[in-house]
Design a binder for this molecule. Structure first.
Ligand SMILES: NC(=O)c1ccc[n+]([C@@H]2O[C@H](COP(=O)([O-])OP(=O)(O)OC[C@H]3O[C@@H](n4cnc5c(N)ncnc54)[C@H](O)[C@@H]3O)[C@@H](O)[C@H]2O)c1
Length: 305
């Protein structure tokens, strides 16, 4: 029966081949013998990556937002230490920029920087045009800039809501969109890595706008991956649990909140920013070439509770 159903979004030819393939698949199920290797298991000619290159990003160029912050700095420096040149987009006058540049260059990598409030989508698109005009050929986008306005929902103003949506959701979306457009224009493969949050799945009190934006990041990651998978561009998300950074400093000092986090985290502690490096290198490198639309949750087990 299923083979007779037409997918209304697919062209006739695709529906036809889907029906044929489904019929072949169904009729061959009983003949499938796991002790044999079948020709199509070679995955259409995909060549396995040699092990030494599997996690390599040597010589790649990564455009990064938010890498002057607590998590971002660790992530940006991980990319640099692994061999990538870094293009940073940061707020005008960011006091951490000089130190970041020094550390990136200490790994022997090139460092370029562009000022932009990523919550302003017009300015952000202009910033990407400047980056392309400067001759940057991108391989990786790390979308890490983020902000929060804590507070009970009845106290949140339009301004609070707009800032969090504009930076976390619209800013990340537009950055991913501009990166994808450039990769498609130049027929380049690429990796887009968004930073979501565990709150996309498990909201807590006083973070309603933030949780909503991070759920949006998880969902647009999936939506982008659908459109870009066939063009060899992978779009994935890292969802951190609770990590000690300037963003969470006030939470960590709040006894009740801190107790809540420690009680609910099976690992029994906050995460260290360095503990996101493995997920990042996986998603930035050829190791994840068949992984797209996914979210890697790094939370000390909190979501499993
Ligand atoms: N720290 C955590 O426990 C945690 C947990 C889950 C997700 N996250 C996410 O990780 C990312 C980094 O968070 P962090 O803890 O390092 O926070 P942070 O406050 O230390 O860093 C935030 C970074 O974003 C930049 N930024 C903020 N607003 C910007 C804007 N309008 N334009 C350009 N840049 C802007 C800041 O300058 C800084 O570089 C965020 O997306 C955050 O939501 C953090």
């Amino acid at each position: 029966m299923a083979t007779a159903v037409r997918h209304r979004l697919l062209p006739v030819a695709v529906n036809h081949s889907f029906a044929l393939n489904s019929a072949r698949f169904n009729s061959s199920l009983s003949k499938f013998d796991r002790t044999k290797t079948y020709p199509n298991e070679k995955a259409n000619g995909y060549q396995p990556i040699p092990l030494p290159d599997l996690f390599s990003i040597q010589g790649k160029t990564a455009i990064c937002t938010g890498i002057t912050g607590g998590l971002g700095k660790s992530l940006g420096l991980t990319l640099a230490e692994a061999g990538a040149n870094i293009v940073s987009i940061q707020l005008p006058g960011d006091p951490e920029l000089g130190a970041l540049e020094k550390e990136v260059r200490s790994f022997g990598q090139k460092f370029h920087h562009f000022d932009c409030n990523i919550g302003d989508s017009v300015a952000l698109r202009k910033c990407f045009t400047e980056i392309w005009t400067a001759g940057v050929a991108p391989d990786i986008l790390l979308n890490c800039a983020g902000t929060n306005r804590h507070g009970p929902l009845e106290t949140l103003t339009d301004e609070d809501i707009n800032v969090v949506i504009d930076v976390n959701l619209k800013g990340s979306f537009v950055a991913a969109q501009e990166m994808a457009k450039q990769l498609l224009r130049n027929q380049r493969p690429g990796k887009i890595i968004n930073i979501g949050s565990m709150t996309a799945y498990q909201a807590v009190w006083n973070t309603s706008t933030y949780a909503a934006t991070k759920a949006g990041v998880v969902q647009f990651t999936k939506a982008f991956s659908n459109e870009l998978a066939g063009r060899n561009i992978q779009v994935n998300c890292i969802c951190p649990g609770y990590f000690t950074t300037p963003m969470t400093a006030t939470l960590a000092q709040h006894q009740e909140y801190n107790d809540f986090i420690l009680d609910r985290t099976p690992a029994g502690r906050w995460g260290d920013p360095s503990e996101l490096r493995g997920a990042l290198l996986f998603l930035a490198s050829p190791a994840s070439n068949f992984v797209t639309g996914s979210s890697v949750v790094v939370d000390g087990g909190m979501l499993g509770m």
